[in-house]
Design a binder for this molecule. Sequence first.
Ligand code: SF4
Ligand code: SF4
Length: 376
Amino acid sequence: MAKVNNWQLKREMEYPYEEVKPKKQIAYVFDTNKCIACQTCTVACKTTWTAGKGEETIFFNNVETKPYGGYPQKWDLNTLKELDDQQWDGKGVYKGSTIFENTAPGERVKGWRPPERNYAFPNIGEDEVMGTMEKGAFFNGIHDTWMFYLARICNHCSYPACLAACPRKAIYKRDEDGIVLIDQSRCRGYKECVKACPYKKTFFNMVTRVSEKCIGCYPLIEKGEQPRCVTTCIGKIRMQGFMEDAKEPRKDNPIDMIVRIRKIALPLYSQYGTQPNVYYVPPIHVPFDFLHQMFGPTVEETIRIYKNMKDDKELLAAFMLFGNTNKIIHSYRAEENHAVGFNEIGDEIVRVPYVEPVFKRPHWDEQLQTFHHNTP
Ligand code: SF4
Ligand code: SF4
């Protein structure tokens, strides 16, 4: 095992291969507070990439209701059981072991392969809340009964467990953008990746007898466009871009600003050790003990900053750009009244006002000689 640096754990860890950094690393921010579980992203992805034979239970993108939902069922609980004491010290250093450490002799990754039945009910637990609702209850502000929606895709991890476990070396991480892909002509369907990925984002196709996973919509990425699940998102909860080298976050890169500078989007179960590249703004209404295990020890501070975002124009501007262009935003600027995004060569591609302008039309339209009935 090689020693690699995991910035999310603030320590070195063991990994089967030496550290290799791609030229650019694809990264996403998902704001869980805005997701409405409409599943548009799920359907957009499914109809684009996995509508074929043997792909009936393959969801590169899924949205599950926490705490009870999960696809495949109990994916997170079963991998968390593999880890020993998941403790962080006062400085945010992870003290427990990852899925690459304390492995049995001959084992590269601690994993769990879900039985087929766990793929049978993709919407199990949907909209089920934690706690009991009294008969006749109505919404009355923050209360003890809670749930939230967790949108999930492959994390295009910096230390992919799927890649580490593949005995055929059929899985690789692209140098140009960090997207993790399976070479299906090399795959022999041993399902080691299915067992190893702690997020259960590789899938076995029963018809072709080889594994499949999210391809990060790389044909779109290569055209400078964001993936399908991002651009179709009804709640505008998602942004895809690229992370700079972890040591040098760039203030004008919206992903860097949110993840590395203000630190208000956090990796999911970073204790697994794969250094995932999907970052979540945690839900603001969920008990912290639940969120600690999911998003790490800084979750309270993260939520505090998020709630005060209106006073932080640079951060606010980065969030205003979510869902407002299908192009990849490489840099941005917070202007007096607008958030402005630019492409790789510095051309302006999106301009969003902080305050939605209001246009009032007169009740009687002189030009058309008609009444507008939708005006106050
Ligand atoms: S989320 Fe799973 S499938 Fe995706 S790169 Fe990480 S380990 Fe591999
Ligand atoms: S499209 Fe967006 S809002 Fe709808 S379920 Fe997917 S992530 Fe959530």
